[in-house]
Design a protein around this ligand. Structure first.
Ligand code: COA
Length: 329
């Protein structure tokens, strides 16, 4: 068991843009079909922001809902941590925009980058701040406008991603869903499997980078697919052992929503029934670090777990990165 003060999720919120992009819409834009996408990914539709909407706009709505749910005023927030691969801009941080827009005058703010695993990483950081006693109230946000970095001429990636945001309030004490343990992992030797090559210091924006579509996600799907299953299974197994549990003891697995076949294969390898995994990928696609907090919000609003149940969050993404977090409901 980890030491220090208890850290609990006391409020949750999410926000999805209204505009829906269906598989049929995509099949009119490029050479694909609803049947292929549904069968190979489990995705039927995803949400897409309108022009002019940034990650912080989605984050603000999700954050205000989470704060309201926790009965916490924005001025009571000590720290905002946002996980995003689609920040409003390279700097300042998206967290600073959120801080200003929600009126969190007393909060420190920073962003954290661990791609699709980012929410679990951010939750782990929040737990550590709270467990050490350094902070009492941390707002953890996963917010993504994946449509802004998606190449809608590349059928192997554009079918996967969607936009959305989720947020949770983490506070000291027992009055919520306790974050019991977190486990994080990474393997930078496989960084090239999933990248956004241009726009950073290695390959700054230029006419050439725009022409070569280098500001869009590049994905080696098959290899990522395999690594996702291996590492999700491993980090769930580690979490169970660290908590003196068997994997069957988890009442629900709340996975990052990357591909239904990845989730199903991981559940099968763990010997768990598919029904134990929470799945909403059919409606939203892969919203990167927003997928887990959106799922948590739906689970809470739908009363799908009861007090005393144990859930495990599990994520995998570019980096490569992965992580899990055991939550006592
Ligand atoms: N519509 C129709 N056909 C498509 C297609 C599409 N949207 N995308 C690819 N294809 C074709 C390919 O061109 C290929 O054709 P070929 O056999 O004639 O060469 C065939 O389908 C198989 O492609 P492949 O890439 O092997 O498919 P896949 O089963 O691996 O599925 C992904 C591709 C991207 C859906 C899958 O690899 C995946 O989900 N990977 C993980 C990605 C991910 O989640 N990344 C983020 C991690 S957080």
């Amino acid at each position: 068991m980890e030491k220090g003060y208890k850290a609990s999720i006391t409020g949750v919120g999410s926000f999805l843009p209204e505009k829906v992009l269906t598989n049929d819409d995509l099949s009119k834009m490029l050479d694909t079909t609803d049947e292929w996408i549904t069968k190979r990914t489990g995705i039927s539709e995803r949400r897409i922001v309108e022009n002019g909407v940034a990650a912080s706009d989605l984050a603000v709505e999700a954050s205000l809902r989470a704060l309201d749910d926790a009965n916490v005023l924005p001025t009571e927030v000590d720290l905002i941590i946002t996980s995003t691969v689609t920040p409003d801009c390279l700097f300042p941080s998206t967290s600073c925009y959120i801080q200003e827009k929600i009126g969190a005058q007393n909060a420190g703010s920073f962003d954290l980058l661990a791609a699709c695993s980012g929410f679990v990483y951010a939750l782990s950081v929040a737990k550590s701040f709270v467990a050490s006693g350094a902070m009492k109230t941390v707002l953890v946000v996963g917010a993504e406008c994946m449509s802004k970095i998606t190449d809608y001429t590349d059928r192997s990636t554009c079918i996967l991603f969607g936009d959305g945001a989720g947020a949770v309030v983490v506070q000291q004490g027992n009055g919520g869903r306790e974050i019991v343990t977190t486990h994080l992992g990474s393997d930078g030797s496989q960084a090239e499997l999933l990248t956004l090559p241009a726009g950073g210091s290695k390959l700054p924006a230029s006419h050439e980078t725009v022409e070569s579509h280098s500001h869009y996600i590049k994905l080696r799907g098959k290899e990522v697919f395999k690594q996702a299953i291996i590492n999700m299974v491993d980090v769930i197994t580690k979490a169970a052992a660290a908590n003196d549990m068997q994997v069957e003891d988890f009442d629900m697995v709340i996975p990052h929503q990357s591909n239904i076949r990845i989730i199903e294969a991981a559940m099968e390898k763990l010997g768990l029934p598919r029904e134990k995994a929470y799945i909403n990928i059919n409606r939203y696609g892969n919203t990167s670090s927003a997928s887990i907090p959106i799922a948590i919000d739906e689970i809470v609003k739908g009363d799908l777990l009861k007090p005393g149940d144990t859930a495990i969050l599990v994520a995998f993404g570019g980096g490569l990165t992965w992580g899990s977090s055991v939550i006592k409901w």
